[in-house]
Design a protein. Structure first.
Length: 122
């Protein structure tokens, strides 16, 4: 017979939930991390890290079909991680430095707050 697991009783803690929610429930951070969680999009970030690139170069460099690449580029653009400009028949993409700086600042705040010691339990 399988052992039953009893739910744990949560103790009340003196946790500053505002601070926790500021870091974990930030919609902007969640959106950026969700977009960056896809390996192909991380490859795109690395490709665009050297500067603006034409979609034709990205297609050949990553070995992706245009439709698959367009899907990922759209997700990144919708999240504000990249921007695009049209020149003739080609589209050129680049990373949005503002989004990267925002994410870095958010991570810096998280890193600074995670070193705080826990409150003493009563």
């Amino acid at each position: 017979m399988a052992a039953t697991v009893k739910p744990r009783q949560l103790k009340s803690t003196k946790l500053d939930m505002t601070s926790v929610l500021q870091h974990t429930a930030n919609p902007r951070a969640q959106q950026l991390f969700k977009v960056l969680a896809e390996p192909i999009r991380m490859e795109l970030v690395q490709c665009l890290g050297a500067g603006e690139r034409c979609v034709c170069d990205l297609t050949s460099d990553l070995g992706l079909a245009q439709s698959k690449l367009s899907f990922h580029l759209k997700a990144m653009k919708d999240a504000g991680l990249i921007s695009a400009r049209q020149q003739g028949r080609w589209t050129y993409y680049r990373l949005e430095a503002e989004s990267l700086l925002w994410l870095r600042n958010w991570l810096d705040q998280l890193a600074a707050s995670c070193v705080k010691p826990a409150s003493i339990c009563d």
